[in-house]
Design a protein around this ligand. Sequence first.
Ligand SMILES: O=C(O)[C@H](O)[C@@H](O)[C@H](O)[C@H](O)COP(=O)(O)O
Length: 247
Amino acid sequence: MSGYEVVVHNSADEVAEALAHRLIARLAELQRDFRVPQLCLTGGRIATRAYGHLAEEGAHAAVDWSRVELWWGDERFVPAGDADRNADSTLDLLRPLGFDPARVHVMPSSDAGMELDNAADAYARELGDTVFDICLLGMGPDGHVASIFPEHPSSYAEGEVIGVRSSPKPPPERISLTLPVIDRSHEVWFIVSGADKAAAAKMALLGAGPVQVPAGGVSGVDRTLWLLDREAAAQLPPDLAARPGLS
Ligand SMILES: O=C(O)[C@H](O)[C@@H](O)[C@H](O)[C@H](O)COP(=O)(O)O
């Protein structure tokens, strides 16, 4: 288990740009070592902005996108094509990069012919013992990550992939990786923006437990990186946060 690094950017857009740049650099590095990087994506507004930057800048980068394996940390259990799906809009944005469909592991939609728990089990089988090189995570104002919510059965869940019911944030049914699977990632990168995240960021980084603040229960094996904007970092002790370029 790693300690964590905290980098504070001036704005949400700077966080999104920084994420895109870091992804390009790290994926290129992994490929130079002849690896097929395993990248786990997240939904949310800040991630979506970052994928926009990635699509623009990634086309000219030293990354062979057809040799990057894509996974998702969670998905809303709604029909394919529903505007609530994380993967559909992300793949639209990333289309210019030319990912290999065989390496794109989308979580099942609700119209795929499986009920929720079977769909979660199917994704667990697809995942097998995959270890993510990089797992991206947004964080909700309540400290939720993926679809693991505080004081909710999802925060106690065992296994690797779970069906989530009665999600405090709609839609109510979701599929999510569990904390143990996220924690076996080599690197976990949080991307967090906005004043409504400040209290949860503080609690997570100052050691709150995973049931109270799921984000606080997460760490990568080699690295746990928090990229925040100033608003989200507003309640952190001053000695905790580095400025960009220092890490
Ligand atoms: O499934 C969801 O309900 C959201 O995708 C959610 O988990 C999101 O990732 C975080 O709330 C951070 O999102 P923002 O980047 O939009 O703040």
